[in-house]
Design a protein around this ligand. Structure first.
Ligand SMILES: [Zn+2]
Length: 149
């Protein structure tokens, strides 16, 4: 993944945050997911006044991609509107890890701050090493090994 793609993904994550539904925390987060072929799917945080109903931007981006038949990702940018940005939460890392197992690859994670700058970079396998997932559970994933988008 080249620098131009990284910057494009960071910008897409920041743009996606503008659609966040965040009446609880008033914090708008965004995420942008890039498929192996270079398609981009975005997500934003969706909160609820009912405890447990909200969803982080990263998982929304994955749900958006899956709804379009895209299952194989190479990177996700995570925008969080603070100087230091934020890392994905444990639940998001688990779901990103699930799709790393689907694609039999690692997925790059770009942390983007309030100015839209990439301030940290890692991978899901580094951030959640040894994660339990569909392959470790012996699930058949052939139907998802190629994008249908
Ligand atoms: Zn999360």
């Amino acid at each position: 993944m080249n620098q131009k793609q990284k910057l494009m993904l960071a910008k897409a994550a920041m743009e996606a945050s503008k659609n966040a539904y965040h009446p609880v925390t008033r914090t708008a987060a965004g995420a942008a997911l890039m498929t192996r072929e270079g398609s981009v799917y975005t997500g934003c945080n969706v909160q609820s006044v009912i405890s447990g109903l909200g969803c982080c931007a990263e998982r929304c981006a994955i749900y958006n991609a899956v709804a379009h038949g895209a299952y194989n990702y190479k990177a996700i940018a995570v925008y969080f509107p603070t100087k230091n940005g934020a890392k994905p939460c444990g639940a998001c890392l688990q779901l990103i890890s699930e799709f790393a197992q689907v694609a039999k690859t690692d997925i790059r994670i770009l942390m983007v701050n309030n100015e839209g700058r990439i301030i940290a970079e890692s991978t899901v396998n580094k951030m959640l090493p040894g994660a339990y997932g569909p392959r470790t559970a012996g699930k058949k994933l052939a139907a998802y090994e190629k994008n249908r988008d």
